[in-house]
Design a protein around this ligand. Structure first.
Ligand SMILES: Nc1ncnc2c1ncn2[C@@H]1O[C@H](COP(=O)(O)OP(=O)(O)O)[C@@H](O)[C@H]1O
Ligand SMILES: [Mg+2]
Length: 359
Protein backbone atom coordinates (compact mmCIF):
# COMPACT_ATOMS: atom_id res chain seq x y z
CA UNK A 1 0.00 0.00 0.00
CA UNK A 2 1.09 3.57 -0.49
CA UNK A 3 -0.32 6.86 0.67
CA UNK A 4 -1.74 9.31 -1.79
CA UNK A 5 -3.14 11.84 0.68
CA UNK A 6 -2.06 12.72 4.16
CA UNK A 7 -3.92 14.89 6.69
CA UNK A 8 -2.40 16.28 9.87
CA UNK A 9 -4.15 17.70 12.94
CA UNK A 10 -2.16 19.40 15.68
CA UNK A 11 1.05 17.79 14.54
CA UNK A 12 4.20 19.85 15.44
CA UNK A 13 3.68 23.38 14.02
CA UNK A 14 0.61 22.40 11.96
CA UNK A 15 -2.89 22.83 13.23
CA UNK A 16 -4.47 21.40 10.09
CA UNK A 17 -2.73 20.39 6.89
CA UNK A 18 -3.73 18.25 3.88
CA UNK A 19 -1.22 17.11 1.28
CA UNK A 20 -1.84 15.13 -1.90
CA UNK A 21 1.42 13.41 -2.67
CA UNK A 22 2.64 12.13 -6.01
CA UNK A 23 3.39 8.44 -6.50
CA UNK A 24 6.94 9.31 -7.55
CA UNK A 25 8.99 12.25 -6.33
CA UNK A 26 7.85 14.95 -3.94
CA UNK A 27 9.85 17.96 -2.83
CA UNK A 28 8.97 20.05 0.23
CA UNK A 29 10.88 23.29 0.24
CA UNK A 30 10.92 26.45 2.31
CA UNK A 31 12.95 28.39 4.81
CA UNK A 32 14.20 27.15 8.18
CA UNK A 33 11.46 26.34 10.66
CA UNK A 34 8.60 26.27 8.14
CA UNK A 35 7.85 22.62 8.86
CA UNK A 36 9.65 20.55 6.19
CA UNK A 37 11.14 18.03 8.63
CA UNK A 38 7.81 17.85 10.46
CA UNK A 39 6.01 16.80 7.27
CA UNK A 40 8.57 14.08 6.56
CA UNK A 41 8.38 13.07 10.20
CA UNK A 42 4.58 12.72 10.03
CA UNK A 43 4.90 10.36 7.06
CA UNK A 44 7.48 8.33 8.95
CA UNK A 45 5.27 8.17 12.05
CA UNK A 46 2.36 7.07 9.85
CA UNK A 47 4.44 4.22 8.51
CA UNK A 48 6.13 2.89 11.62
CA UNK A 49 4.66 4.51 14.71
CA UNK A 50 7.99 6.13 15.62
CA UNK A 51 9.82 9.34 14.84
CA UNK A 52 13.30 9.59 13.36
CA UNK A 53 13.92 12.73 15.48
CA UNK A 54 12.91 11.74 18.97
CA UNK A 55 11.78 8.84 21.09
CA UNK A 56 9.33 11.18 22.85
CA UNK A 57 6.15 11.12 20.75
CA UNK A 58 4.55 13.76 23.01
CA UNK A 59 6.92 16.33 21.53
CA UNK A 60 5.04 15.87 18.26
CA UNK A 61 1.77 17.15 19.71
CA UNK A 62 1.29 20.81 18.80
CA UNK A 63 2.00 23.11 21.75
CA UNK A 64 -1.22 23.79 23.61
CA UNK A 65 -3.05 20.74 22.18
CA UNK A 66 -3.87 17.44 23.85
CA UNK A 67 -3.34 15.10 20.93
CA UNK A 68 -2.22 14.80 17.33
CA UNK A 69 -3.88 12.90 14.53
CA UNK A 70 -2.51 11.70 11.21
CA UNK A 71 -4.83 10.30 8.57
CA UNK A 72 -3.48 8.77 5.38
CA UNK A 73 -5.44 7.54 2.38
CA UNK A 74 -4.48 5.04 -0.25
CA UNK A 75 -6.36 5.90 -3.44
CA UNK A 76 -5.63 2.56 -5.09
CA UNK A 77 -7.06 0.34 -2.39
CA UNK A 78 -9.35 2.80 -0.64
CA UNK A 79 -7.61 2.04 2.67
CA UNK A 80 -7.54 4.58 5.45
CA UNK A 81 -4.84 4.73 8.07
CA UNK A 82 -5.35 6.68 11.30
CA UNK A 83 -2.69 7.43 13.87
CA UNK A 84 -3.74 9.09 17.12
CA UNK A 85 -1.56 10.11 19.99
CA UNK A 86 -3.02 11.69 23.11
CA UNK A 87 -0.85 12.98 25.97
CA UNK A 88 0.11 10.25 28.47
CA UNK A 89 -1.57 7.56 26.36
CA UNK A 90 -0.01 4.99 24.04
CA UNK A 91 -0.06 5.67 20.31
CA UNK A 92 -3.17 4.25 18.62
CA UNK A 93 -2.99 3.01 15.02
CA UNK A 94 -5.90 1.80 12.92
CA UNK A 95 -6.12 0.59 9.35
CA UNK A 96 -9.68 0.66 8.04
CA UNK A 97 -10.90 1.06 11.59
CA UNK A 98 -9.10 -2.01 12.98
CA UNK A 99 -6.30 -1.64 15.47
CA UNK A 100 -2.90 -2.80 14.17
CA UNK A 101 0.47 -3.37 15.82
CA UNK A 102 3.52 -1.35 14.87
CA UNK A 103 5.07 -4.29 13.02
CA UNK A 104 1.89 -4.83 10.99
CA UNK A 105 1.93 -1.12 10.19
CA UNK A 106 5.59 -1.18 9.13
CA UNK A 107 4.85 -4.09 6.77
CA UNK A 108 1.82 -2.38 5.27
CA UNK A 109 3.34 1.08 4.77
CA UNK A 110 7.10 0.59 4.83
CA UNK A 111 9.22 3.69 4.82
CA UNK A 112 12.89 4.37 5.25
CA UNK A 113 14.35 7.64 6.26
CA UNK A 114 17.64 9.08 5.20
CA UNK A 115 18.23 11.61 7.92
CA UNK A 116 21.23 13.21 9.56
CA UNK A 117 22.23 9.89 11.16
CA UNK A 118 22.08 7.94 7.93
CA UNK A 119 24.09 10.65 6.17
CA UNK A 120 27.09 9.66 8.17
CA UNK A 121 26.29 6.00 7.98
CA UNK A 122 29.96 5.15 7.91
CA UNK A 123 30.72 7.21 11.00
CA UNK A 124 28.26 5.27 13.13
CA UNK A 125 29.00 2.12 15.13
CA UNK A 126 28.60 -1.29 13.37
CA UNK A 127 25.43 -1.77 15.40
CA UNK A 128 23.82 1.14 13.50
CA UNK A 129 24.69 -0.27 10.08
CA UNK A 130 23.52 -3.73 11.12
CA UNK A 131 20.17 -2.29 12.21
CA UNK A 132 19.84 -0.37 8.95
CA UNK A 133 20.43 -3.57 7.01
CA UNK A 134 18.22 -5.68 9.25
CA UNK A 135 15.29 -3.29 9.32
CA UNK A 136 14.74 -3.67 5.59
CA UNK A 137 14.95 -7.45 5.66
CA UNK A 138 12.85 -7.59 8.80
CA UNK A 139 9.99 -5.73 7.16
CA UNK A 140 10.38 -7.49 3.84
CA UNK A 141 10.71 -11.09 4.93
CA UNK A 142 8.68 -12.81 7.68
CA UNK A 143 11.25 -15.65 7.54
CA UNK A 144 14.00 -13.22 8.31
CA UNK A 145 12.09 -11.88 11.32
CA UNK A 146 11.54 -15.46 12.55
CA UNK A 147 15.23 -16.31 12.25
CA UNK A 148 16.25 -13.01 13.78
CA UNK A 149 14.16 -13.63 16.88
CA UNK A 150 15.28 -17.28 17.01
CA UNK A 151 18.92 -16.27 16.79
CA UNK A 152 18.79 -13.50 19.38
CA UNK A 153 16.74 -15.57 21.80
CA UNK A 154 19.38 -18.32 21.61
CA UNK A 155 22.20 -15.81 21.91
CA UNK A 156 20.72 -14.26 25.05
CA UNK A 157 20.45 -17.66 26.70
CA UNK A 158 23.91 -18.70 25.57
CA UNK A 159 25.40 -15.51 27.02
CA UNK A 160 23.53 -16.03 30.29
CA UNK A 161 25.12 -19.49 30.57
CA UNK A 162 28.56 -18.06 29.76
CA UNK A 163 28.12 -15.46 32.51
CA UNK A 164 27.96 -18.22 35.08
CA UNK A 165 30.83 -20.11 33.38
CA UNK A 166 28.70 -23.08 32.25
CA UNK A 167 30.10 -23.96 28.82
CA UNK A 168 28.08 -27.14 28.36
CA UNK A 169 24.86 -25.24 29.03
CA UNK A 170 26.03 -22.50 26.65
CA UNK A 171 26.75 -25.06 23.92
CA UNK A 172 23.20 -26.36 24.20
CA UNK A 173 22.15 -23.25 22.24
CA UNK A 174 24.68 -23.72 19.45
CA UNK A 175 22.27 -25.62 17.19
CA UNK A 176 19.71 -22.79 17.35
CA UNK A 177 22.43 -20.20 16.69
CA UNK A 178 23.82 -22.18 13.75
CA UNK A 179 20.42 -22.85 12.22
CA UNK A 180 19.00 -19.30 12.49
CA UNK A 181 22.37 -17.55 12.15
CA UNK A 182 23.24 -19.26 8.88
CA UNK A 183 19.92 -18.17 7.39
CA UNK A 184 20.35 -14.58 8.63
CA UNK A 185 23.80 -14.45 7.11
CA UNK A 186 22.57 -15.87 3.81
CA UNK A 187 19.84 -13.23 3.44
CA UNK A 188 22.19 -10.43 4.44
CA UNK A 189 24.82 -11.62 1.95
CA UNK A 190 22.24 -11.82 -0.76
CA UNK A 191 21.03 -8.33 0.03
CA UNK A 192 24.52 -6.84 -0.11
CA UNK A 193 25.25 -8.63 -3.38
CA UNK A 194 22.05 -7.45 -5.07
CA UNK A 195 22.11 -3.92 -3.63
CA UNK A 196 25.67 -3.57 -4.94
CA UNK A 197 24.44 -4.28 -8.48
CA UNK A 198 21.77 -1.59 -8.21
CA UNK A 199 24.29 0.80 -6.68
CA UNK A 200 26.75 0.12 -9.52
CA UNK A 201 24.06 0.97 -12.10
CA UNK A 202 23.29 4.21 -10.29
CA UNK A 203 26.93 5.22 -10.16
CA UNK A 204 27.40 4.47 -13.83
CA UNK A 205 24.51 6.80 -14.64
CA UNK A 206 26.00 9.47 -12.42
CA UNK A 207 29.40 9.16 -14.04
CA UNK A 208 27.89 9.77 -17.46
CA UNK A 209 26.69 13.13 -16.15
CA UNK A 210 29.58 14.13 -13.95
CA UNK A 211 33.11 12.76 -13.81
CA UNK A 212 33.35 13.53 -10.11
CA UNK A 213 31.03 10.61 -9.49
CA UNK A 214 33.85 8.22 -10.36
CA UNK A 215 34.76 8.37 -6.70
CA UNK A 216 31.70 6.27 -5.94
CA UNK A 217 32.60 3.51 -8.34
CA UNK A 218 35.98 2.98 -6.75
CA UNK A 219 34.48 1.65 -3.56
CA UNK A 220 34.63 -1.88 -2.17
CA UNK A 221 31.49 -2.81 -0.31
CA UNK A 222 31.25 -6.10 1.52
CA UNK A 223 29.51 -7.81 4.40
CA UNK A 224 31.59 -8.89 7.35
CA UNK A 225 29.63 -11.88 8.57
CA UNK A 226 30.73 -11.61 12.21
CA UNK A 227 32.42 -15.03 12.15
CA UNK A 228 35.20 -16.79 10.26
CA UNK A 229 33.70 -17.37 6.79
CA UNK A 230 36.25 -20.03 5.90
CA UNK A 231 35.39 -22.08 8.95
CA UNK A 232 31.64 -21.47 8.85
CA UNK A 233 29.48 -20.60 11.85
CA UNK A 234 29.50 -24.03 13.50
CA UNK A 235 33.29 -24.36 13.54
CA UNK A 236 33.73 -20.67 14.46
CA UNK A 237 31.54 -21.11 17.52
CA UNK A 238 33.43 -24.26 18.49
CA UNK A 239 36.83 -22.64 18.13
CA UNK A 240 35.89 -19.62 20.18
CA UNK A 241 34.67 -21.61 23.19
CA UNK A 242 37.59 -20.71 25.40
CA UNK A 243 37.54 -17.04 24.37
CA UNK A 244 33.76 -17.00 25.03
CA UNK A 245 34.27 -18.43 28.50
CA UNK A 246 37.00 -15.94 29.27
CA UNK A 247 34.99 -12.93 28.09
CA UNK A 248 31.67 -14.36 29.31
CA UNK A 249 30.00 -13.61 25.98
CA UNK A 250 29.63 -15.04 22.45
CA UNK A 251 32.34 -13.53 20.29
CA UNK A 252 31.51 -15.00 16.89
CA UNK A 253 28.27 -14.84 14.94
CA UNK A 254 25.93 -12.68 12.86
CA UNK A 255 25.35 -10.39 15.87
CA UNK A 256 28.85 -9.05 15.12
CA UNK A 257 28.20 -8.42 11.41
CA UNK A 258 28.97 -5.14 9.67
CA UNK A 259 28.99 -3.68 6.18
CA UNK A 260 32.35 -2.30 5.21
CA UNK A 261 32.81 0.55 2.74
CA UNK A 262 36.38 1.00 1.62
CA UNK A 263 38.15 3.04 -0.98
CA UNK A 264 41.64 2.02 -2.03
CA UNK A 265 42.00 -0.13 1.07
CA UNK A 266 41.01 2.64 3.49
CA UNK A 267 37.74 3.02 5.35
CA UNK A 268 35.42 5.62 3.86
CA UNK A 269 34.90 7.28 7.23
CA UNK A 270 38.63 8.04 7.37
CA UNK A 271 38.95 9.37 3.84
CA UNK A 272 35.72 10.76 2.41
CA UNK A 273 34.57 14.34 3.03
CA UNK A 274 31.24 14.78 4.78
CA UNK A 275 29.49 15.69 1.54
CA UNK A 276 30.92 12.62 -0.18
CA UNK A 277 29.89 10.41 2.73
CA UNK A 278 26.41 11.85 2.64
CA UNK A 279 25.97 11.22 -1.06
CA UNK A 280 27.32 7.69 -0.69
CA UNK A 281 24.82 7.01 2.11
CA UNK A 282 21.97 8.35 0.01
CA UNK A 283 22.97 6.20 -2.97
CA UNK A 284 23.31 3.09 -0.81
CA UNK A 285 19.97 3.64 0.97
CA UNK A 286 18.22 4.28 -2.34
CA UNK A 287 19.69 1.10 -3.78
CA UNK A 288 18.58 -0.87 -0.75
CA UNK A 289 15.02 0.44 -1.16
CA UNK A 290 14.95 -0.55 -4.80
CA UNK A 291 16.18 -4.02 -3.86
CA UNK A 292 13.36 -4.40 -1.32
CA UNK A 293 10.85 -3.38 -3.93
CA UNK A 294 12.25 -5.71 -6.57
CA UNK A 295 12.77 -8.82 -4.50
CA UNK A 296 10.09 -8.58 -1.86
CA UNK A 297 7.40 -6.64 -3.71
CA UNK A 298 7.36 -3.92 -1.08
CA UNK A 299 6.69 -0.34 -2.09
CA UNK A 300 8.77 1.51 0.42
CA UNK A 301 8.63 5.26 0.73
CA UNK A 302 12.00 6.91 0.87
CA UNK A 303 12.27 10.03 2.98
CA UNK A 304 15.26 12.31 2.64
CA UNK A 305 15.49 15.39 4.81
CA UNK A 306 17.58 18.41 3.75
CA UNK A 307 18.96 17.07 0.50
CA UNK A 308 21.51 19.79 -0.14
CA UNK A 309 22.92 20.30 3.36
CA UNK A 310 26.65 19.44 3.29
CA UNK A 311 26.60 19.04 -0.49
CA UNK A 312 28.34 21.62 -2.64
CA UNK A 313 26.75 22.64 -5.93
CA UNK A 314 28.77 20.10 -7.90
CA UNK A 315 27.96 17.22 -5.55
CA UNK A 316 24.29 18.13 -5.77
CA UNK A 317 24.61 18.20 -9.53
CA UNK A 318 26.12 14.74 -9.32
CA UNK A 319 23.01 13.45 -7.62
CA UNK A 320 20.20 15.15 -9.53
CA UNK A 321 20.14 12.84 -12.56
CA UNK A 322 19.39 9.98 -10.18
CA UNK A 323 16.05 11.39 -9.07
CA UNK A 324 14.68 10.56 -12.47
CA UNK A 325 15.47 6.88 -12.06
CA UNK A 326 13.86 6.44 -8.69
CA UNK A 327 10.66 4.59 -9.25
CA UNK A 328 9.74 4.30 -5.59
CA UNK A 329 7.96 7.04 -3.82
CA UNK A 330 10.65 9.55 -2.98
CA UNK A 331 9.86 12.36 -0.57
CA UNK A 332 12.57 14.89 0.11
CA UNK A 333 13.06 18.34 1.52
CA UNK A 334 15.34 21.22 0.74
CA UNK A 335 15.66 24.85 1.75
CA UNK A 336 15.17 26.06 -1.81
CA UNK A 337 13.67 24.74 -4.99
CA UNK A 338 16.70 24.67 -7.24
CA UNK A 339 15.64 21.72 -9.31
CA UNK A 340 13.54 23.12 -12.08
CA UNK A 341 16.00 23.62 -14.85
CA UNK A 342 18.22 20.75 -13.82
CA UNK A 343 15.94 17.75 -13.93
CA UNK A 344 13.84 16.48 -16.76
CA UNK A 345 10.81 15.06 -15.05
CA UNK A 346 8.72 14.59 -18.13
CA UNK A 347 8.49 10.83 -17.61
CA UNK A 348 7.42 10.80 -14.03
CA UNK A 349 5.23 12.85 -11.78
CA UNK A 350 7.18 15.22 -9.61
CA UNK A 351 5.34 17.39 -7.15
CA UNK A 352 6.72 20.39 -5.37
CA UNK A 353 5.29 21.98 -2.25
CA UNK A 354 6.28 25.38 -0.98
CA UNK A 355 5.72 24.60 2.69
CA UNK A 356 5.25 28.20 3.80
CA UNK A 357 2.25 28.42 1.49
CA UNK A 358 0.60 25.17 2.54
CA UNK A 359 -1.21 26.47 5.61
N1 LIG B 1 5.17 20.38 19.34
C1 LIG B 1 5.31 21.51 18.63
N2 LIG B 1 4.33 22.44 18.63
C2 LIG B 1 4.44 23.58 17.90
N3 LIG B 1 5.50 23.87 17.15
C3 LIG B 1 6.52 22.98 17.10
C4 LIG B 1 6.47 21.75 17.83
N4 LIG B 1 7.61 21.07 17.60
C5 LIG B 1 8.34 21.83 16.76
N5 LIG B 1 7.71 22.98 16.46
C6 LIG B 1 8.13 24.08 15.58
O1 LIG B 1 7.80 23.70 14.27
C7 LIG B 1 8.59 24.45 13.36
C8 LIG B 1 8.97 23.60 12.18
O2 LIG B 1 10.04 22.76 12.49
P1 LIG B 1 10.74 21.85 11.39
O3 LIG B 1 9.75 20.94 10.81
O4 LIG B 1 11.95 21.25 12.02
O5 LIG B 1 11.16 22.95 10.29
P2 LIG B 1 12.13 22.83 9.03
O6 LIG B 1 12.49 21.41 8.83
O7 LIG B 1 11.33 23.40 7.89
O8 LIG B 1 13.31 23.69 9.32
C9 LIG B 1 9.73 25.01 14.16
O9 LIG B 1 9.54 26.41 14.30
C10 LIG B 1 9.61 24.33 15.52
O10 LIG B 1 10.05 25.15 16.55
MG1 LIG C 1 14.39 20.55 8.87
Amino acid sequence: MAFSRIELRNFRCFEALTIDISSNSNLFYGKNGCGKTSILESIYVASCGRSFRTSNLEALIKNGSKSFKIRAYDDNTGSILEVNKTKSKAINIKINNSLVTISELARTFPSFSIDSKTFFYNDNAPDYRRKHLDRGLFIASPDYAKDWFGYFRGLKQRNAALKIGDISQAKAYDDALIDHGTKLNFLRENLVLEVKKIYADFVQTLEEHNKRARLFSEIDIYLKSGFNDKLGLEESLLQSNSADLKRKTTNQGPHKADIIFESKGLLIKDTFSRGEQKLLSILWSLSQNIYLEKFFKLSPILLLDDLSSELDAEMLDCFLPIIKYIENRFIFSNIVDSFNSKIDFSEQSFKKFHVEQLT
